[in-house]
Design a protein around this ligand. Structure first.
Ligand SMILES: Cc1cc2nc3c(=O)[nH]c(=O)nc-3n(C[C@H](O)[C@H](O)[C@H](O)COP(=O)(O)O)c2cc1C
Length: 303
């Protein structure tokens, strides 16, 4: 089973991807959090995340964009392909946040067939870029079928509707119905895979691939576990520690004040290793200095 690492804004930027690829691996492709245009420009921080030189595994990395028309798509094709040499681009047709959806972006585009066609048709102008789509369930399931009329690398479907955001259970039957509608492009399953037992039987039986998001943040070894690997508790602890240390090293690179990165380190621990003792995780999440943080983390891995 191929496992793809989902994009999560605020969590899976280059520090996460580089550390994960260096220490753990087992991932087919890493997706960047979405880039978007704000008042005609992209934020410097977002662009720095997709500089080829900043990505240790560019051949396994896919920049994702949030666009709703042909001109925005062309803008990003210029920035990513012509200026930076990325040969893959992922289209975000799934972001459920109401301000995004209301403006016709993310899952909002699934409700506007002419906008969806405009963007998909525009991909043909860039035949040297492989485009993929990551989406949710639209209000009317048949809207998804349009995606199968255009040549894409694949379609990742998270079978929840935008209104659900991350509530309720993913609709595995709706996912299977979309797969039954045969089209040009392979379909990948995404949603609530936190351990190998969570893989829907439909996905296993049909030998499909999966994309993992929060599950991989919680358990960085998830990709390898999904591929059938087993780890002793000691090996698992060592790998998680090495992964954390690599993430920390990438994050602190070129920084004089480790203190400034404390908020980002705490964000990392929001999902990481939820099975660890609550008291110890709380110490990490409440640490007030880098020294306190480092001590709390040491205790987590050595207890
Ligand atoms: C905090 C957060 C940020 C996310 N950012 C993105 C994003 O930038 N692009 C995207 O396509 N999906 C984004 N997602 C959705 C995830 O990629 C994924 O589809 C979702 O979490 C369901 O998969 P999971 O259950 O494996 O986490 C985000 C989700 C969360 C919780």
């Amino acid at each position: 089973m191929k496992v793809y690492a989902a994009p999560l804004q605020g969590y899976t930027e280059k520090f996460f991807r580089n550390a994960h690829g260096s220490v753990i691996g087992g991932i087919e492709e890493y997706y960047t959090p979405f880039l978007r245009l704000e008042q005609g420009a992209v934020r410097g921080k977002e662009l720095s995340d997709v500089e080829k030189t900043e990505n240790l595994f560019p051949e396994k990395t896919v920049p994702q964009i949030l666009v709703k028309n042909a001109s925005e798509l062309s803008f990003f094709a210029e920035k990513l392909f012509f200026e930076r040499g990325w040969k893959r681009i992922d289209l975000n047709f799934g972001c459920p946040y109401p301000p995004v959806v209301k403006r016709g972006y993310g899952a909002g585009i699934l409700e506007n067939l002419s906008a969806m066609r405009e963007v998909l048709e525009c991909t043909a102008k860039f035949p040297r870029i492989g485009f993929s789509v990551k989406c949710r369930l639209p209000e009317k399931e048949e809207n998804l079928r349009i995606l199968q009329e255009y040549p894409l690398v694949h379609i990742v479907l998270h079978p929840r509707k935008a209104l659900q955001e991350y509530r309720g259970t993913p609709d595995e039957e709706a996912f299977a119905r979309f797969c039954a509608f045969r089209g040009k492009n392979p379909v990948i399953y995404n949603g609530d895979i936190f351990s190998p037992e969570n893989v829907p039987s439909f996905v296993r039986e049909n030998n499909l691939s999966v994309m993992a998001g929060r599950g991989l943040l919680q358990d960085p070894l998830l990709g390898r576990k999904l591929a059938g690997e087993h780890f002793s508790p000691e090996a698992e602890n060592d790998l998680n520690r090495a992964f954390h240390d690599a993430f920390l090293a990438f994050l602190l690179e070129g920084t004089k004040k480790a203190e400034e990165k404390l908020p980002r380190l705490k964000t990392f621990w929001e999902y990481f290793l939820p099975q660890k003792e609550k008291r110890l995780r709380k110490r990490v999440l409440k640490s007030r200095s880098f020294a306190e943080y480092a001590l709390a983390v040491k205790e987590i891995f050595e207890t």
